[in-house]
Design a protein around this ligand. Structure first.
Ligand SMILES: CC(C)(COP(=O)(O)OP(=O)(O)OC[C@H]1O[C@@H](n2cnc3c(N)ncnc32)[C@H](O)[C@@H]1OP(=O)(O)O)[C@@H](O)C(=O)NCCC(=O)NCCS
Length: 185
């Protein structure tokens, strides 16, 4: 959804811009996803699975534009000048009458910006957005060893609904459980 850009201040005192992104931000977003996915094993993909070829940029442009054009979904990013340093996605889970009350979120912040409160600001924004869009149930998945994200989600009022023990399997064979969480809005 198209949202007005607004200035925010991190706990580090630095000023950032928060706004929804669209096709024009595809390259910046893929660069962001590459770095966040390369820094930890907590994201769904490995960094080397985040493609940045011309074809993949085109596909990302389409995906971002369709989220931007949809009043019930958003990709909201925090910018440090021209660089995306944090992002939250709010996506519909179902369009039919039985599931249109449910949305899911995906969150990431570049490593060098951790601890500045940007994750909290993005979560607060996503919750406000989802309430205004008429959702009453917000869902997410988080790895069981992602202590910081688990702490953040609990702080925001999310509760655990279950765990998939075989959620992630890393290249070295390590298996990590994936916890499902939800928040009633
Ligand atoms: C999880 C992530 C988004 C947090 O972003 P951030 O901008 O550093 O988060 P904030 O500074 O707003 O909030 C930190 C919160 O995390 C929690 N937290 C931080 N360290 C913690 C720890 N050691 N134990 C438990 N909770 C902790 C606290 O609730 C803290 O809030 P507080 O400072 O008010 O107490 C960020 O670490 C990240 O992007 N990690 C890599 C990708 C990822 O894991 N994404 C989530 C996938 S589910």
């Amino acid at each position: 959804m198209k949202e007005q850009a607004r200035e925010i201040t991190g706990k580090d005192g630095q000023k950032y811009t928060m706004k929804s992104i669209n096709a024009a931000n595809a390259e910046q977003f893929l660069d962001f996803m590459y770095q966040v996915s390369d820094d930890t094993h907590f994201m769904t993909r490995y960094g080397d699975e985040v493609g940045q070829s011309e074809k993949e940029i085109k596909e990302e442009e389409k995906r971002l534009q369709s989220l931007y054009d949809d009043s019930r979904q958003t990709m909201t990013s925090i910018f440090d000048n021209e660089k995306i340093v944090g992002n939250i996605a709010v996506r519909s889970i179902g369009k039919g009458r039985k599931t249109k009350h449910r949305c899911e979120i995906g969150l990431g912040v570049r490593k060098e910006y951790h601890g500045a409160g940007l994750g909290t600001i993005l979560m607060e924004h996503a919750i406000d957005f989802a309430k205004n869009a008429g959702y009453t149930c917000m869902e997410l998945e988080v790895l069981e060893d992602n202590t910081k994200a688990l702490g953040l989600y609990k702080k925001m009022g999310f509760v655990e609904s279950g765990k998939l023990p075989c959620g992630f399997k890393l290249d070295d064979g390590t298996s990590i459980g994936e916890i499902s969480m939800y928040k009633l809005l």
